[in-house]
Write a protein that binds this ligand. Structure first.
Ligand code: FES
Length: 103
């Protein structure tokens, strides 16, 4: 079963920023790239690094530990050592509030 969860308002997540959010054991990353909001799991699939402490760019988020960059639309790593995609979540904006669909 899926559920839309209200996370925060758009004013809490400015362009170029990331934030983390936990929901029922899921550790989720929210990122704003040029006004578009993405949500993925936030623990790197290579090892136990929190991607919200990495670097955000137009290419995605770069892991702070071994520098794999993940595309936030698809979750797919763009370079080694990570090989497994991040889980991605649907996002919607309603009345300036950000909702994430968690399954
Ligand atoms: S922990 Fe992220 S690339 Fe190694």
């Amino acid at each position: 079963m899926t559920e839309w969860v209200k996370v925060c308002s758009m004013s809490d997540l400015k362009k170029g920023e990331m934030l983390d959010f936990d929901y029922e054991g899921k550790k989720i990353l929210l990122a704003n790239i040029n006004g578009k909001v993405y949500a993925t799991d936030r623990i790197c699939t290579h090892a136990d690094a929190d991607l919200t402490t990495g670097m955000l760019s137009e290419e995605g988020v770069t892991c702070p530990l071994h520098l794999s960059t993940f595309n936030l639309e698809t979750g797919i790593p763009q370079n080694l050592p990570a090989e497994v995609p991040l889980k991605t979540y649907n996002v919607k904006i309603e009345q300036n509030e950000i909702y994430v669909e968690v399954a």
